[in-house]
Design a protein around this ligand. Structure first.
Ligand code: FRU
Length: 499
């Protein structure tokens, strides 16, 4: 490893990474060692452990020239830090090592595939840029960029493809065909996004196979961060479109996330859509990526942040940007289900159970409080009468609260962080249409100091948001208009060593 930039970064991490006390970080969600984090990258199983890299600007808490930060885990909950893996130190990635993925090679090396962003000044003073795909080989700690980089350039694009928006390769190995495939986001001549499929025998020489799917200006503009896999007999394409337009309660304006289920005719490389839906309905979720575990589970992790509100940072923040909890995915009745990885249960302590609690006016339940917890609620009408709404307030004290409210008549769940301590006028509420079940709803709420992830009706929908409410706000209350019945199963979460 002879990169000056990378050595400087690793030194900086050694000095400043340790200076952030564990109490200023979430307990089990990944944060950058120092500075800024965005997309998950290189989520892969390598030599018995899961590796996760991330888009990283370590020198301050804003986005800047991208490095790759690095962590690994055996169980998706307890993470171990590793030194930065990539720096923008080559001619073809001088403006950043953008998002990408990783895979274990048959010869035991760990391969990273990422987007190099190259910028240069023209004679007239304008800056031009292009995005190319590059690879690096390593041993799980140190990585060397391939001397033949880049391995995919504008020459490999189908007609009309943009060389400036060509990024975020997701690679996987196809054992049956003894080759590798990668999906890459691209912008087409209609200025919206497409997902390109490439194939390679050796990871160094790639050929264009097909355009797997395209936005045609229906689902936003540029499609970023694709992933493509088979799950429960369906083909699933994930992507994060920029500049979407709102559609009912399904899609909101701006950067969104999509899952597209369908049928994949592998012989002819033809993908036929059935459902197109949002992956997450919260305020902070973007650019997810998945890994397949040795026991066959498909696990997804996302960036728990929205680009639009990423300027709204707590005063004096020394890190910014977190990952979601890793989530196990399934397709049930053609739709995506997601739930926290089962390993989270190993960290449950202090169980608290309540059954058949009446909620009318506001109540608090002994031992139901905290900011690091896993709480399941089952809410239903009392007798024949449907209640008007149930509201749960978490991270609450006399000044602050975050509200989750269910209106059974409209079957709409509202998340509201207007009173969660943000000092910028950022988007604070989201409404989600959930399955109508005669006033019954199940919510699993996972909180980790600065975040709240809500899994609705056994993971049919997820609502993910950050909250920077002061940690002293620990209370939880329940209230209803009309009468509802509530069951609670609540655990605190405990880890000894944390990131
Ligand atoms: C998505 C994204 C990617 C890009 C990376 C740059 O959030 O815009 O498309 O590779 O972030 O940091």
């Amino acid at each position: 490893m002879n990169s000056k930039l990378l050595l400087q970064a690793r030194n900086y991490e050694n000095i400043y990474g340790d200076k952030i006390p564990a109490s200023e970080r979430p307990l089990f969600h990944v944060t950058p060692q120092t500075g800024w984090l965005n997309d998950p990258n290189g989520f892969s199983f390598y030599k018995g452990e899961y590796h996760l890299f991330y888009q990283y600007h370590l020198y301050n808490t804003s986005w800047g020239p991208m490095y790759w930060g690095h962590v690994k885990t055996k169980d998706f909950i307890r993470w171990e830090r590793l030194p930065a893996a990539l720096a923008p130190d080559a001619e073809y990635d001088n403006a950043g090592c953008f998002s990408g993925s990783a895979v274990e090679l048959p010869d035991g090396r760990h391969l990273l595939m990422y987007t190099g962003v190259q910028e240069w000044k023209r004679e007239d003073g304008f800056t031009e840029s292009r995005q190319v795909q590059c690879i690096a080989y390593g041993d799980g700690t140190d990585y060397e960029k391939y001397e033949g980089n880049p391995v995919l350039t504008e020459r490999d694009l189908p007609e009309g493809g943009s060389a400036e928006d060509f990024r975020d390769p997701k690679i996987w190995r196809d054992d049956e065909e003894d080759c590798f495939y990668a999906v890459v986001g691209n912008r087409t001549e209609d200025s919206s996004g497409a997902i390109l499929l490439f194939r390679s025998k050796d990871t160094m020489n790639w050929e264009f196979v097909t355009v797997l799917d395209r936005s045609e200006n229906q689902y936003g503009k540029m499609w970023e961060c694709p992933d493509f896999f088979t799950l429960d007999h369906a083909a699933v394409l994930l992507t994060s479109p920029q500049e979407m337009l709102a559609r009912g309660m399904e899609f909101h304006n701006g950067n969104g996330t999509l899952y597209i289920t369908g049928y994949y005719d592998k012989k002819n490389h033809c993908f036929m859509r059935s459902e197109v839906r949002a992956i997450d309905y919260g305020l902070d979720f973007y650019a997810p990526q998945t890994v397949l575990t040795p026991d066959g589970r498909r696990i997804m992790i996302g960036w728990m942040q929205s680009w639009e509100s990423s300027h709204s940072q707590p005063h004096g923040a020394r890190w910014f940007g977190m990952m979601t909890i890793p989530r196990e995915l399934h397709i049930v009745d053609g739709m995506l289900r997601q739930n926290p990885v089962q390993e989270l249960d190993n960290y449950h302590i202090n169980p608290v159970f309540y059954r058949n609690v009446d909620i009318r006016e506001r109540i608090q339940l002994p031992k139901v409080s905290g900011r690091v917890l896993d709480m399941s609620l089952y809410i239903r009408p009392a007798g024949g009468q449907l209640y008007e709404h149930v509201t749960i307030k978490v991270a609450k004290d006399t000044q602050y609260y975050t509200a989750i409210s269910y209106d059974p008549n409209k079957s709409v769940l509202t998340f509201d962080r207007s009173n969660s301590g943000f000092r910028h006028d950022i988007l604070a509420t989201r409404k989600v249409l959930v399955r109508y079940q005669k006033g019954e709803i199940r919510l699993r709420i996972v909180m980790d100091r600065f975040s709240i992830e809500i899994f609705v009706n056994d993971g049919e929908q997820a609502i993910t948001s950050t909250i920077y409410t002061p940690q002293e706000a620990q209370s939880i209350s329940f209230e209803a208009e009309g009468m509802a019945i509530l069951d609670v199963e609540k655990y605190d979460l405990q880890l000894s060593d944390t990131l």
